[in-house]
Write a protein that binds this ligand. Sequence first.
Ligand code: DON
Length: 568
Amino acid sequence: MRLLIIWGLALGSICTAGAQTQPQQQWPYDYQVEKNITVSHSAVVSAHPLASIAGRLILQEGGNAVDAAIATQLALAVVYPGAGNLGGGGFMVARLANGQQIALDYRETAPAKAHRDMYLDSAGNPVTTRSLDGHLAAGVPGTVAGLFASMKYAKLPFSRLIGPAILLAEKGFVITASEAANLNAYKADFQRLNTAPTAFVKDQPWKAGDTLVQKDLAHTLRLIRKKGAAGFYQGETAANIVAEMKRGKGIMTLADLKNYKVRERKALAFNYKGYTIVTMPLPSSGGICLQQMMGMMENYPVAEWGFHSPRAVQLMVEVERRAYADRAEFLGDPDFVKVPVARLTGKKYLAARMADFVPGKAGSSEATKAGTFPESEETTHLSIIDDKGNAVAVTTTLNGHYGSRTVVGKAGFLLNNEMDDFSVKPGVPNMYGLVGTEANAIAPGKRMLSSMTPTIVLQGKQPLYSLGTPGGSTIITSVFQMLMNTLEFGLSPADAINKPKFHHQWLPDEIAVEKDFPETVITALQEMGYKVVKRGPIGRSEIIKRTPGTFVLDAAGDKRGDDSAAGY
Ligand code: DON
């Protein structure tokens, strides 16, 4: 782990606090992915080794899990540009050592000039390229405001937490094979959707080991270090965003940026067989759907049936179908629409929802337009547990891979394409095949419904797991499977995230399975009457388990990407 080293320079005294690291003049040109570690103090797991290490060093310097979450997110904005971000939004769920539960909502909002039918053509047909590509696809970014709102729970100064990110952007870092492949795959998009040259495009194809330097991004990060959130939402950076909008026919204004507000929500917490699940409320659909699905599962002895047994998979598919049907009908930004949350999650209601469940026989979703699954989706999750008893789970997103693929000229960061998470037209599937209604229609200032589900599990009063994943519409069913895999089927953290996953989202009425999903289970499901389709990888999950009564932590990063754990 030669890399550990490097940060000493950037982070000043970071290496003096009992860490195994020594300051040394060396840059992050050499690092390794650590898929699964066991440590006895604190652990971070995120989508990129350099970001996990940034978080780990902050913990070693005496920062808490929230400090580490801020530093890790900022580092991800540099080393994982496809999803880590300044120009997107996210959610942080935390459970602090003092028992406080936190749900920070820094989701993007629709600009003031947005309107309900803005992505429809004159014949009323959706033009999804407009909600997905370029300037018009971007919601007002929430991430930087979210990081500053998180500072209330942090210990170290912000200037320290942003240090690794500035260093990585300024000096560059070597990219992995998958990052090189992605940058090459999106080259034409970057060329088509940008008004100024970007660091992501070069003449020769990218290859593993190339160095990515992001000078404009480093400049923006320094402005944020100097001026706080105003370094992004006002002054030079805001002016750069608005100038970019003007060049690319976008609608975001200085007022949109200045008016952006983080919402501190009440974390959604519910009981599942003695465990407390702490997760994200609206405008994420994840927490409510999770509570519904786990509520519907509760009365069945799935642990006895076994992991990936056809009857357990079928039951999980049927509860997923029902939760996603409700999602489409009822869920949206609670500041704009009234959502019957208590009713949707009530025990009686959930029992009634399962009244027509027939074991061994496929249910059916109403036939409407079917959605499609994209192979590549980008959002990113990080989990941290520290040795003070704090647990943090953050999921943050640009929506699609590299978001709108539009980089703000002179500012060096990518803008999201989160507007596509609204229901562009009732009943018309978005990029994840999700349908919605009035509840998730576009309105100025409104937050688009999300599936991001950062989640913490408590046993008694202690954190047991911190977990989460990207994956668009599959986020909720992946988190659901991780919880079932651990709490019911007794899988190790690594197995719980890496074993093949499946997914049903009501519409389209089919079970999507990863390519390595067991053929015997597929056949059994087909015999019950299900349509089963194979698809690309589902999510990129991160998980940390704490052994009760100790600080022994088992942290695992998903096999599906460069995900990597760090700790001590
Ligand atoms: O908020 C949401 O639900 C989506 N924008 C998340 C997108 C996502 O997970 C893409 N990633 N893999």
